[in-house]
Design a protein around this ligand. Structure first.
Ligand code: DGL
Length: 271
């Protein structure tokens, strides 16, 4: 193994702050890995954009990450993964771990036989999610619920406001009325409002968020490819660099509040 490559950072990206929920799990499970996070805040949200736009944004970010260079990438965004992962894998020379709504574990966990999936409009309409429903939804009912507007609220850190709560009640009510006892958070932004969701659906409903499973998959891939870091656990401040295509002052405030400490955001201009 080439230890220079193994000790290069892992690039993690999302349309904005959502990927922090995956970054947090990676941070926790892989303490020796250096991480480089890109929030494409200047172009968020992806969920209501067309597929060509999303793919071109992902390819731009991937180009930037490969120049650093990173040793692996995590597409910490369901929308980007279901739309662009194939093109990303074709155009990048590093391993890429993506994320998809956790329909399989939800179908295995449900007792009522009804699973609700909250995700962006692009994700719920995608062929990838259609395939997951065909594969794992044979014996259970899977209800897909697009949630336009929710990512915008989370991007503004409006997590526990009356308006966000009302929006969530509107999206969750049909799922509860249909008998869903398992709710999949199919967008990486949504774990930031998990507590609000849980308080609406009650304790008898299981809410599944995928960050830990993605970190586990990343760890497995790095091991298989002999790319795991050989360094000692790094100190929290030096191990993660943050970049954003958005307005740095605003993004710094929001990421610092969601990440739980004051972070330095570097401005990123892609083509
Ligand atoms: N966090 C993203 C996801 O997992 C994208 C949300 C958006 O930009 O619309 O789908």
């Amino acid at each position: 193994m080439n230890s220079n490559i193994a000790n290069a950072p892992i690039g993690v990206f999302d349309s904005g702050v959502g990927g922090l929920t995956v970054l947090r799990a990676v941070h926790h499970q892989l303490p020796s890995e250096r991480l480089l996070y890109v929030a494409d805040s200047g172009h968020a949200p992806y969920g209501e954009r067309n597929a060509d736009y999303i793919t071109s944004r992902c390819l731009d970010i991937a180009r930037f990450l490969q120049k650093q260079p990173v040793k692996a990438m995590v597409v910490a965004c369901n929308t980007a993964s279901v739309i662009a992962i194939k093109q990303l894998r074709e155009s990048c020379s590093v391993p890429i771990v993506g994320i998809e709504p956790a329909i399989k574990p939800a179908a295995q966990a449900t007792r009522s036989g009804v699973v609700g999936v909250l995700a962006t409009s692009q994700t719920t309409a995608s062929d990838g999610v259609k395939k997951l429903c065909e594969l794992y939804g044979k014996d259970v009912e899977v209800i897909l619920k697009p949630c336009p507007g929710l990512v915008d609220r989370i991007e503004r850190a409006e997590l526990n406001t009356a308006e966000t709560r009302q929006m969530l009640i509107t999206y969750l009510s049909p799922l509860l009325d249909a008998g869903a006892d398992t709710i999949v958070l199919g967008c990486t932004h949504y774990p930031f409002v998990r507590d609000v969701i849980q308080s609406i659906v009650g304790d008898s409903v299981t809410v599944i968020e995928p960050g830990a499973a993605v970190a586990k998959q990343l760890s497995r891939r790095l091991d298989e490819l002999q790319l795991s870091s050989t360094m000692n656990p790094c100190n929290e401040e030096s191990r993660t660099s943050f970049y954003s295509t958005g307005e740095v002052g605003d993004v710094t405030k929001i990421i610092s509040s969601l990440w739980g400490r004051s972070v330095f955001i570097q401005s990123l201009r892609t083509t």
